[in-house]
Design a protein around this ligand. Structure first.
Ligand code: NAD
Length: 355
């Protein structure tokens, strides 16, 4: 097949890890006879530096016209001024909105050879294999109004958490579809004991569930979910939640695998799919060549599967990652700082060599 992929390396370790994913895609193209072209654009802080905005109309148009988007990470201390008019994250949110990518799918499956890298005891990780579905284009990150101001010399600010029933309906439906192909049980995470928005969320889950009589479901408050994720993570199979809760819960879930550097994601919806690791730009290690590229490479595998329907190729990439980890190859984050770790390029090279 032929596919045009827009790459958005972004900031910090983004350009370092995306390199490995492109190498993997090239190796897949060669081995399986596909033609992938890559077109690079700026997003985030690097775009602010060059164009004054974190996402230009041209970049968004290129992404909309492409077959899939591969994204590194955005942000960093250089663009962190709270009073700045333009922030890197604005471009990321604009991209997700512009591509109508409302569903972020994050599989979490600790590798059997990496259990020692997890902060949890190995017996707690037995059987952990979950998919978290996070709503990505609504909720408090997008709600208007958001404001800051001053009254009688006292500073205030507020954001708005807002969901339409149809936004909840479509994400819950997608999560039930995924649950249907797995253990047929969906956990919906909210804060319905406090938030009106969560009560709408619950009512909508209950309505949608009627169309999935072959599946069961339960509601879990987000605070309890955070606790269960580390006390009995294997209990989760498919979970669905709103934008902010999903942001937090998936970072927590990611370290079950040993490092957040391992986790891929797919952001899907009505337009072009976006594939990005769940981690940020990691400014603390940027430029050192030690970042773990696995999350980025597994995101490319998700692209092969979800945007191009190339299941064999996706599984081959995942097997190459498993084989590399199985052979004891570790980046620093998976090695708890011990000697003998490999760098970003070497890790990518090891994975490509096993394809
Ligand atoms: P982060 O995910 O960048 O880093 C958290 C910790 O995990 C750091 O210690 C980092 O070194 C480590 N880490 C992350 N990815 C790694 C990898 N691949 N290999 C090895 N170690 C890795 O989160 P943060 O430090 O809170 O945020 C840094 C910047 O990234 C901020 O500007 C934030 O806004 C931005 N951010 C961007 C995204 C995104 O682009 N999707 C997501 C989260 C945070």
């Amino acid at each position: 097949m032929k596919a045009n992929i827009v790459t958005l390396p972004g900031d910090g370790i983004g350009p370092e890890v995306i390199d490995g994913a492109i190498q993997v895609m090239r190796a897949v193209a060669e081995k399986y006879g596909h033609e992938f072209t890559f077109e690079e654009h700026l997003l985030g802080g690097c775009s602010i530096d060059k164009y004054g905005v974190s996402l230009t109309d041209e970049t968004l148009a290129a992404c909309q016209a492409s077959d899939a988007v591969l994204l590194g990470a955005v942000g960093g201390p250089k663009w962190d001024d709270p009073n700045a008019k333009e922030r890197p994250e604005k471009g990321l949110l604009g991209l997700r909105k512009g591509l109508q990518a409302y569903a972020n799918i994050r599989p979490v499956r600790p590798n059997a050879n990496l259990l020692d890298a997890s902060p949890l005891r190995p017996e707690r990780l037995e059987g952990v294999d979950m998919v978290v579905v996070r709503e990505l284009t609504g909720g408090i990150y997008f709600g208007e109004p958001k404001e800051k101001g001053m009254v009688d010399g006292k500073e205030y600010s507020f954001d708005t958490m807002h969901y339409w029933d149809w936004e909840v309906d479509r994400i819950v439906r997608l999560a039930f579809d995924i649950a249907r192909g797995r253990k047929k049980h969906l956990i919906s995470i909210d804060k319905a004991n406090v938030l009106e928005v969560s009560r709408l969320w619950r009512r909508t889950v209950e309505k949608v569930a009627q169309d999935y009589p072959d599946c069961t479901y339960e509601h879990l408050l987000v605070d309890a979910a955070a606790m269960h994720l580390i006390t009995k993570p294997a209990y989760f199979d498919v979970a669905v939640t709103g934008n902010m809760f999903g942001d937090i819960i998936t970072d927590e879930a990611s370290v079950l695998t040993g490092s957040m550097g391992n986790l891929p994601s797919a952001s899907l919806g009505d337009g072009t799919g976006i594939y990005e690791p769940i981690h940020g730009s990691a400014p603390d290690i940027a430029g050192e060549g030690i970042a773990n590229p696995i999350g980025m490479i597994l995101s490319a595998a998700m692209m092969l599967r979800h945007s191009f329907n190339l299941e064999t190729e996706a599984a081959a990439v995942e097997a190459a990652v498993d084989g590399t980890i199985g052979a004891g190859v570790r980046t620093l984050d998976l090695n708890w700082g011990k000697p003998g770790s490999v760098g970003t390029r070497e890790m990518a090279h090891e994975i490509v060599s096993r394809l």
